[in-house]
Design a protein around this ligand. Structure first.
Ligand code: GTP
Length: 387
């Protein structure tokens, strides 16, 4: 395990910008790149369907640190290219051949499932030592967003795994439709701060520095990262319907929950987003690391593809230091130990889950069976379940 706090300072934060075709990613990026906060930013853009060069295009006169990947869909075919490009850019930076960029934005094609990109960033040893995932920013089209969510599961996943959600084109969309879409996005991902934007205009500080590491305080900021108060505990559908919580809606509105997450919309019984669950699970007692690891292993083995995102802080037995976990499907970031618990923290373990077709109760049962097995001195949890 490594210490994220010191290592994080030296690694370059990477923002993954995703969102369905035409939802406003490029418009946003163009505006952002004019802002001083992003003056030292390298950008990697994947253009799906472009007639590519024979090989990955890395522009020689690349003062801006801007690279376009032309080799197809970023999510599957160019993961190798992404690793190579990011490594090459880092090398050029070290040699002084490009602006010494301090930040990176990777814009995905609109059709991409962002998960494989996150996997690459989290696990490739070369990248993980040089870069860190700062956050996933997802644009959702204020005009076409609802039908896109209906018809494209990737679009739902893009919104579900976001750390920041941006509803675009609010200048031309109708207010009632926007309100509906906003509520739908909130159901899908209550933990992600939400902003309505037009023409790509937003204060960069609202979308940058979304990761665990807070560069201002130069320390891990668990509360901001987990945003756990957005999820109410103990409800099958993740966020409590009677529990009034302030979704981080910077338009200044609070959301009321008309109907529960997971309930079928009578007009549209097959909505992809009805499959998504988001909830925060809390564990009061310190946990043994081997038990937690085994429980996550079991979850990943049986339901890996449906564990869209997991973020958490654990109180592990025999240590005073909290352990941070972060997973996307079957891939976990190497667990990191923080130097200390945040001041005033109740030191309960808590994990935010965003899942597809997995109820909170199922995950609770898996953990319970492993805790039970630990208590009984580790006979096989599977056998106990069968009894
Ligand atoms: N009126 C209005 N138009 C917008 C806004 N944001 C984007 N657009 C327009 O919507 C179209 C698509 O925007 P892009 O920024 O190219 O979207 P994208 O997500 O990069 O699109 P792809 O690269 O195809 O995935 C363009 O014609 C933009 O000018 C907005 O806030 N308001």
């Amino acid at each position: 395990m490594s210490n994220t706090q010191t290592a994080a300072e030296e690694r370059i934060p990477v923002t993954v910008l995703t969102g369905f075709l035409g939802s406003g990613k490029t418009t946003l990026l163009n505006k952002l790149l004019r802002r001083p906060e992003l003056s030292d930013t390298a950008v990697i853009i994947n253009e799906f369907g472009e007639v590519g060069l024979d090989h990955l295009l890395v522009e020689k006169s690349n003062d801006e640190g801007m690279v376009t990947l032309n080799s197809g869909c970023l999510c599957c075919t160019v993961r190798g290219d992404l690793v190579r490009t990011m490594s090459e850019l880092f090398l050029k930076r070290s040699k002084g051949e490009v602006t010494p960029f301090k930040r990176m934005v990777v814009e995905t094609t609109g059709l991409a499932d962002p998960a494989p990109i996150l996997h690459t960033l989290m696990t490739d040893p070369l990248l993980a030592s040089r870069y860190r995932l700062d956050g996933v920013v997802t644009t959702v089209d204020g005009i076409n967003g609802a039908s896109t969510l209906d018809n494209h599961e990737e679009a739902v996943k893009q919104a579900a795994v976001a750390d920041r959600l941006l509803l675009t084109k609010v200048d031309i969309a109708e207010a009632p439709k926007l309100a509906e879409l906003k509520e739908r996005l909130h159901q899908l991902n209550p933990g992600a701060p939400f902003h309505s934007i037009s023409g790509g205009e937003i204060d960069p500080n609202q979308i940058l520095n979304a990761g665990l590491y807070n560069p201002e305080t130069k320390s891990a900021d668990v509360k901001r990262w987990l945003h756990e108060e957005a999820y109410a505990e103990g409800h099958e559908h993740g966020h409590g319907h009677h529990h009034h919580h302030g979704h981080d809606d910077h338009d200044g509105h609070e959301h009321g929950h008309e109907h529960g997450h997971g309930e079928q919309d009578p007009h549209n019984p097959n909505r992809h987003d009805d499959r998504i669950r988001s909830f925060c699970m809390t564990f009061d007692e310190p946990m043994s690391w081997s038990t937690v690891a085994a429980a996550f292993d079991a979850l990943v083995t049986y339901r890996g593809p449906d564990l869209l995102r997991m973020k958490g802080i654990l109180n592990v037995k025999d240590t005073d230091k909290p352990v941070v976990i972060h997973g996307v499907q079957h891939v976990f970031h190497p667990p990191a130990t923080l130097d200390a618990w945040p001041e005033g923290d109740d030191r309960k373990s808590r994990v935010v889950f965003i899942t597809r077709d997995i109820a909170e109760s199922t995950i609770r049962k898996v953990f319970a069976s492993f805790f039970e097995a630990e208590k009984k001195g580790w006979s096989q949890p599977e056998q106990q379940q069968q009894q």
